[in-house]
Design a protein around this ligand. Structure first.
Ligand code: ADP
Ligand code: MG
Length: 551
């Protein structure tokens, strides 16, 4: 019944395949196994890791599975189903993530590998590769589970070169995040020592962002669908980019993939960042995940042993298109041309490059004491007065903190609070950062903290809730820098105008003036837009006036 689809590559093909040691650390095992699961068409991939990964890594998928005869071949060196069985087969243009046929063999070489698989038959196959290969029957639904144990057990030098449990698991976690964002239609889950650390739903990019980050981040993002051509061939760019107000202090959160393959490509990453232009200030980087589908035949996946880079024959054109796609997604320029966009509150209005964006704007009046309606040429601007005020306060606080640091207001008498174990651990670990932020705390053991001082920049005193929140975020792995900004954003919120505050005309004009002076006037510090605009042509279309020129 079984006709093998896996075959050995011939010498000529092997000779042209980029060589190199493939399995250098636990994350590389995960990468190869996830590649295989995706190539098998999996809709769901579960990764479980114990300790630093050398003890045990398991990747289970619901892909096509392997017949018994193929399972036995799969662990042989240079055996693959992904390149044609012909002399000198060319890996350029393969659409699978794998093609070298050596990952399973390389893993089995430096670990114990167990593969349980079923390609839809009544009985599945279990293969154990240790000193020899043993094959037996196994019960399993269609799909494959590969378990790798005792990695590098007989390679002390490799073990020595590993960076410790937190760092090695960190790499695995980052790797899975990259896959989850590059393949948003696949459900991913990652568990570490029995705890689920993240899951994605397989329901698209926003949801993937939600799984990898959080609801706040996902809600402050816009999705990109950009089609263009290079020399008459189609180039498509899809992805998600967070609003410019959501930033990180490293480029690590700018993720790119080519044809669904995550790559660490400096040029493409730079192109994404360039798309944000001046919306993000120096030293800050956005969160974005962009997948590029270049024209057929222009990608060479065979340039890097770990397949982390690809060769692109039309690189310049692709980089330019990526930059344009991101920039267009973030600016209103193009969005304003469409009828629906003006009411799309999800889309942030990007900063138009003007030194005084509200110089020519005339205040019409308040609407429901929440919004200011303003006239700006042939556009109607709607300003969210609370969001605008928050932005102004935030930038003032940030300037004050940059100048003088965060001052502390004593809490008298001190308060004792209890927090989750992870938060208490974060308090111990980030003592210095917390005191820089203006918190005076003393861990008491058993998850309790004594709080004797709270941040009070410009006299705005934080509350103990903000401490709990900060600790939770730090425990969840947020960057200290982001934490500082988030704290300032929350403090900026407290004394800001509330819904229902009525502004006089001169107060309204002042609010616009101050907003215009901000570095980023178009988003509140939490990333929500401060201003929406309605083009007159949209109104004209709504009132069925046709061309506005002949009114
Ligand atoms: P490559 O992926 O480069 O072909 P591998 O050593 O990673 O090489 O895998 C060898 C072969 O085993 C693959 O070509 C594929 O046919 C099969 N295989 C590996 N993992 C899976 C999986 N999870 N599901 C189905 N088939 C798999
Ligand atoms: Mg593979």
């Amino acid at each position: 019944m079984d006709r093998p689809t896996i075959h050995r590559l011939d010498e000529a093909t092997v000779a042209q395949i980029a060589a190199g040691e493939v399995i250098t650390r636990p994350a590389r095992v995960v990468a190869e196994l996830v590649d295989n699961a995706l190539d098998a068409g999996a809709g769901r991939i579960e990764v479980t890791v114990e300790d630093d990964g050398t003890d045990r890594i398991r990747v289970a998928d619901d892909g096509c599975g392997l017949s018994r005869i193929d399972a036995e071949r799969a662990v042989e060196r240079h055996a693959t189903s992904k390149l044609p069985a012909e002399t000198g087969a060319d890996p350029t243009g393969v659409s699978t993530l794998g093609f070298r046929g050596e990952a399973l063999a390389a893993i089995a070489d430096c670990a114990t590998l167990e593969l349980v698989t079923n390609d839809g038959e009544a009985v599945g196959t279990e293969l154990r590769v240790d000193d020899g290969v043993t094959v037996s029957n196994a019960g399993r639904a269609q799909g494959t589970t590969v378990t790798v144990t005792d990695l590098f057990a007989d390679r002390p030098a490799r073990r020595e070169s590993l960076a410790g449990e937190a760092a090695e698991f960190g790499r695995i976690s980052e790797l899975l995040a990259r896959y989850a964002l590059a393949r948003p239609e696949v459900r991913f889950s990652l568990s570490h020592n029995g705890n689920e650390t993240f899951t994605t739903s397989g329901n698209g990019l926003r949801d993937a962002l939600l799984g990898v980050y959080d609801a706040g981040t996902a809600s402050r993002s816009t999705v990109i669908h950009h089609e263009t051509t290079v020399d008459n061939d189609e180039l498509s760019i899809a992805g998600v980019c967070c609003y410019p107000s959501v930033t990180r202090s490293t480029r690590d959160h700018v993720r790119v993939s080519v044809g669904g393959r995550p790559v660490t490509d400096t040029g493409l990453r730079r192109a994404v960042v360039s798309g944000y232009g001046s919306l993000i200030l120096g030293g800050k980087y956005p969160i974005a995940a962009i997948d590029i589908e270049p024209p057929a035949g222009t990608v060479d996946p065979n340039v890097h042993p770990a397949k982390e880079e690809v060769g692109l024959t039309v690189r310049e054109e692709i980089e330019a298109a990526v930059e344009r796609a991101v920039s267009e997604a973030l600016t209103t320029a193009d969005i304003r041309r469409t009828d629906t966009a003006a009411t799309d509150l999800d889309t942030e209005l990007a900063a138009v490059d003007r030194s005084d964006p509200f110089g020519e704007v005339r205040v019409i009046g308040p609407f429901r004491d929440l919004y200011l309606l303003c006239e700006d040429g042939d556009e109607l601007l709607v300003v969210d007065q609370h969001a605008a005020h928050e932005r102004i306060n935030y930038e003032r606080l940030r300037a004050a903190v940059d100048d003088e640091g965060v001052s502390t207001a004593p809490l008298d008498p001190p308060e004792t609070i209890s927090v989750a174990p992870a938060a208490a651990a974060a308090a111990e670990r980030h003592g210095e950062l917390l005191s820089d932020l203006g918190f005076e705390i003393e861990p008491f053991g058993g998850g309790t903290l004594r709080v004797s001082g709270l941040p009070a920049p410009l006299g705005r005193v934080a509350d103990t809730d903000s401490l709990v929140e900060t600790l939770d975020q730090l425990a969840a792995g947020h960057q200290p820098d982001d934490q500082r900004n988030e704290l300032l954003a929350d403090l900026a919120c407290h004394p800001s105008l509330k819904a229902g505050d009525r502004l006089t005309r001169s107060e309204a004009e002042q609010l616009l003036d101050r907003l215009g002076e901000c570095e980023q006037p178009f988003a509140c510090p939490h990333g929500r837009p401060t201003v929406c605009s309605l083009d007159e042509s949209t109104l004209a279309a709504g009132f069925e006036r046709g061309s506005t020129r002949f009114r």
